[in-house]
Design a protein around this ligand. Structure first.
Ligand code: NOJ
Length: 630
């Protein structure tokens, strides 16, 4: 039990405290050594506010909120290693943003029949499962992450029969389907919400988080992730409802057991159709511990006020366990869990706790203290540090998911080094890191081509609600148009949402009709061109996926970093007893000395054609190590 008499060093033994402190250090961009400093380590929590001084005016409340949060877990519980083989551990999962993958009916919007046409391409690439961003009926305020009917297909995407065909065609190719289940919130057009508004005392009256207040002030100071307050008032009910995302995405009230039973029944419906797994949208937000005001200092640091009350809510584990036992059973689950850290993630995914199979950890996506809207160049040494963390201690207890791109982030190649000269090498370097990692691999459409950010011209070209709201808020706060645009352009999620580039045709082979969002550099980067080129990024992905499938050591083998303290290089071994591999990567744009190799090796893959004593910019190699007869 943590109290005000506990010392800072005691906190690090508590899983939540361990991760929260790590996060705060990361957001504040301060060095971890601050916490390990003997004076700080021995501070009693009651002394922290004084130590923090005037800089943190509400430190007392922060300490109390944190103590409550930390005491949700009674200390690190022993967790057994993630054991046994499973299809989802070996899987290379390819994420599809259905709106932008392939348009089968010529209306400028991607759809399921279009996707079915491309299954041979995906099978040929070697991916073993597809995760589709939401395909359910939706008014599309947030492109399907606002579901109106979980048992119907979005009209623009096709019909239930199309989805059944997709499942059949996938299974015939020995591939699997993972759906995106968005159940922290629904659309405000979902029949539950419509009924909840109309009949406060009816069946769905309590399906959402409603509160009354006096006057016109929201129930608390929480922010929405899409700008503005997290509450909106409905005059008909004369009450406010919570929406952590857009106002058309009201949060479900998971305290209501009928909500949970309905979610289980939706899962059952899709399992009945043969779906193999689920990606669970912001699943760590479903339990709201309290609706108290968020701490403003923390809010300032994290960019959003209120998070401490729901990012790891009191009943989260209970809800997940109930879902696993009552619905998912052996279906694969990957949780999207923004803000949790490695110790919490172990608790969310440890085999014996029966909650989730794996979760996405986002730590590696931005450098310390940075967000995707900041103007900076990503340093790959940070990726190395995070990967060593995921692959070492963490992977001994829990099964990681590894990825560098998804539909919520600009392209990783552009983040690292936007210079055209290095595009090819960096794209292949990322492929090497992912496909030699211990963990389930997730690729995002276009990543296999080395896709880069799109040179959008102005706000009228963006479609994403997050970008548009952010831009409008900046303008109304007095930011100049130029600055607002440059900020939004850096971080917009639309960089990843433009149409898949199949060929150099007018709309990149995606559609015959003008697409719903503009197309990127299809003349320089497309599937047709890269298929013909054996040195293309696409060919590299094909080769590396095949290598991973052929050698279980690359999936299940141990991960042993080599010369880990050397800046700018990342070297490691993967070994399953039968085979041993050595991976060697130059993390920077300079030519550097090649680290000395201890053993005889055979080069299996390189992103450079010729090898030299020095390592070229962003060079990445995979070797097989000669095993000595024992
Ligand atoms: C996370 C999803 O990945 C993102 O695209 C969406 O906007 C929010 N959750 C809200 O559902």
């Amino acid at each position: 039990m943590i109290t005000r008499d506990s010392r800072v060093k005691d906190l690090l033994k508590n899983p939540i405290a361990h991760d929260v402190i790590g996060r705060l250090v990361q957001y504040a961009g301060v060095s971890e050594s601050l916490i390990l400093n003997p004076v700080v380590k021995n501070l009693k929590l009651s002394a922290v506010p004084k130590f923090a001084g005037k800089r943190v005016k509400d430190a007392d409340t922060i300490v109390d909120t944190m103590i409550d949060l930390f005491n949700q877990e009674g200390g690190t519980r022993p967790v057994s290693p993630s054991s046994g083989k499973a299809w989802w551990k070996e899987a290379v999962i390819y994420q599809i943003y259905p709106r932008s993958f392939m348009d089968g009916n010529g209306d400028g919007v991607g759809d399921i029949p279009g996707l079915v046409q491309k299954l041979d391409y995906l099978h040929g690439l070697g991916v073993t499962a597809l995760w589709l961003s939401p395909i359910f009926d939706s008014p599309n305020d947030d492109n399907g992450y606002d579901v109106r009917d979980y048992r119907a297909i979005m009209k623009e995407f096709g019909t239930m029969a199309d989805v059944e065909t997709l499942i059949k065609e996938l299974h015939e190719r020995d591939m699997r389907l993972i759906l995106d289940l968005v159940v922290n919130h629904t659309s405000d057009e979902h029949e539950w919400f419509v009924d909840s508004v109309k009949n406060p005392d009816g069946e769905h009256g309590d399906y959402y988080i409603w509160r009354k207040t006096k006057g016109n002030t929201p129930p608390n100071n929480w922010n929405s992730f899409f700008s503005g307050p997290a509450w909106d008032k409905v005059n008909e009910r004369d009450e406010w409802y919570l929406h952590l995302f857009s106002k058309k995405q009201p949060d479900l009230n998971w305290e209501n057991e009928n909500v949970r039973a309905d979610v289980r029944s939706i899962v059952g419906f899709w399992r009945g159709k043969g779906v193999d797994g689920f990606r669970l949208d912001v699943i760590n937000y479903i339990s709201k511990t309290s609706l108290d005001d968020g701490n403003e200092t923390l809010g300032g640091l994290l960019g959003f006020c209120g998070i401490e009350h729901y990012f790891y809510g009191k009943r989260l584990h209970e809800y997940l366990h109930e879902l696993r036992v009552g619905a998912f059973q052996d279906a694969f689950t990957v949780g999207e869990t923004p803000g949790t850290g490695p110790e919490m993630n172990k608790l969310l995914t440890a085999d014996e706790r029966q909650e989730l199979n794996t979760v996405f950890n986002f730590d590696h996506l931005e450098n310390l203290g940075k967000s995707r809207f900041d103007d900076y160049r990503y340093n790959l040494n940070h990726l190395k540090k995070c990967f060593i963390g995921y692959e070492s201690d963490y992977a001994d207890y829990a099964w990681p998911s590894v990825f560098v791109e998804n539909h919520d982030n600009p392209r990783m190649v552009s983040k690292i080094d936007a210079r055209e000269d290095y595009r090819d090498a960096i794209a292949k370097l990322l492929a090497v890191l992912l496909l030699t990692a211990r963990g389930t691999v997730f690729l995002y459409q276009g990543q296999e081509l080395g896709a880069v950010n799109v040179p959008f011209h102005d706000i009228s070209e963006l479609r994403d609600i997050e970008s548009v709201n952010r831009y409008d808020t900046m303008i109304s706060d007095g930011t100049s148009e130029k600055e607002a645009w440059q900020t939004v352009l850096r971080g917009t999620r639309d960089h990843a949402r433009t149409p898949m580039q199949w060929d150099a045709g007018e709309y990149g082979g995606f559609s015959e009709h003008e697409p719903w969002i503009r197309v990127g550099d299809k003349d320089e980067c497309n599937v047709e061109m890269q298929t013909r080129d054996e040195n293309s990024v696409l060919s590299a992905y094909r080769a590396l996926i095949a290598l991973r499938k052929e050698h279980p050591a690359l999936v299940y083998g141990t991960f042993e970093p080599f010369e880990a303290n050397k800046e700018d290089v990342f070297c490691y071994f993967r070994d399953d007893g039968a085979e041993r591999f050595y991976i060697e990567v130059n993390l920077c744009a300079r030519t550097i000395r090649r680290p000395k190799q201890a053993a005889e090796t055979e080069l299996l893959f390189s992103n450079y054609i010729a090898q030299d004593d020095a390592m070229q910019p962003y060079e990445a190699n995979v070797y097989r190590v000669e095993k000595k007869e024992s």
